[in-house]
Design a protein around this ligand. Structure first.
Ligand SMILES: Cc1cc2nc3c(=O)[nH]c(=O)nc-3n(C[C@H](O)[C@H](O)[C@H](O)COP(=O)(O)OP(=O)(O)OC[C@H]3O[C@@H](n4cnc5c(N)ncnc54)[C@H](O)[C@@H]3O)c2cc1C
Length: 264
């Protein structure tokens, strides 16, 4: 949403959502000389403690934001994907191809480490981050976008960016007829383990249950497990570890050995 001033320098910009999209936008816009406020619904501004794979196009974007060094230091680069049969037999090691010289083809990084890097950078550059509030009302019918927040405060901005995730309530507010996301029927289970010293690739185990092992630091890796869950169940927290172990029945011996370590 953009209203008002023709000049594009030093805009007052509101970003709704303090996730990857919102924070990278905040960093880029601050570097371009704009004044940015980020609002984040979660008062604790927390993320799940597993990891994320960032391909080299993401690293190239991080380079252009001036945060590549922090990215590389907070994660671990790897340049291959290894493919395994359900039996555990390795059938391929596929080298990656970096989109720019000097970058690893992939980087595994813990989500908390990435969140800290992006949050610290955005705040360090001067972005204001307001936690525990949402945009209750957005009016872009005049020269500026007027926003009333859930805590009763309000303000006007030249530009408002909705970065509040796939289930964006801002999109629903502004574009009520827009398409809505649909659940595909697939779920993913994830668990962190100590990283074996020789794990230098993303390891992918094919089969009815898809499993992957991803290095995310010198000492940590995570396992992801994809399962069909067409009814989109909400399992109680109590018993999730046992359920994840059950989902891994019939997988390769190396994966079952890890499954035995899944507790809590
Ligand atoms: C299980 C899983 C694994 C994934 N693995 C990978 C991977 O390996 N590599 C990869 O590149 N991508 C991966 N992704 C995708 C990646 O996580 C998303 O693309 C990314 O998180 C999108 O960032 P975002 O900022 O748009 O949204 P989000 O990360 O959802 O952030 C939205 C933020 O907005 C806040 N918010 C929500 N509503 C409001 C509101 N009304 N007002 C204010 N704040 C609000 C939320 O609390 C949150 O902080 C994965 C996703 C999932 C679910």
């Amino acid at each position: 949403m953009r209203r008002g001033r023709a000049a594009v320098e030093n805009l007052q910009i509101l970003i709704i959502g303090g996730g990857i999209g919102g924070l990278t936008s905040a960093i880029a816009l601050h570097r371009d000389g704009h004044t940015v406020t980020v609002i984040e619904r979660d008062p604790t501004w927390s993320v799940y403690g597993v990891g994320i794979i960032q391909q080299s196009n993401v690293l190239r974007a991080a380079q252009s934001l001036g945060i590549l060094e922090g990215y590389l230091a907070a994660g671990v680069g790897f340049d291959a994907v290894e493919i395994f049969m359900p039996s555990g037999q390795k059938i391929a090691r596929v080298p990656g191809h970096a989109v720019a010289p000097g970058l690893p083809t992939n980087l595994g990084i813990g989500r908390p480490a990435l969140h800290k890097l992006l949050g610290d950078t955005a705040i360090g550059l001067g972005a204001e981050v307001r936690l525990g509030i949402t945009a209750a009302a957005i009016d872009d019918s005049s020269d500026a976008v007027a926003v009333t927040f859930s805590d009763g405060s309000s303000g006007t901005w030249d530009l408002v960016i909705a970065a509040d995730g796939v289930y964006s309530t801002t999109r629903a507010q502004v574009l009520p007829d827009a398409e809505k996301p649909e659940f595909t029927g697939q779920a993913v289970w994830r668990y962190n383990f100590p990283r074996p010293a020789d794990l230098d690739a993303l390891q992918v185990y094919n089969g009815r249950t898809g499993v992957g092992l991803v290095p995310i630091s010198e000492t940590l890796m995570y396992m992801y497990v994809t399962t069909p869950e067409p009814d989109n169940p909400r399992y109680p927290t109590e018993g999730l570890a046992a359920l994840m172990r059950d989902k891994l029945a019939g997988t390769a011996p190396a994966i079952q050995a890890l499954a035995e370590q899944i507790h809590r």
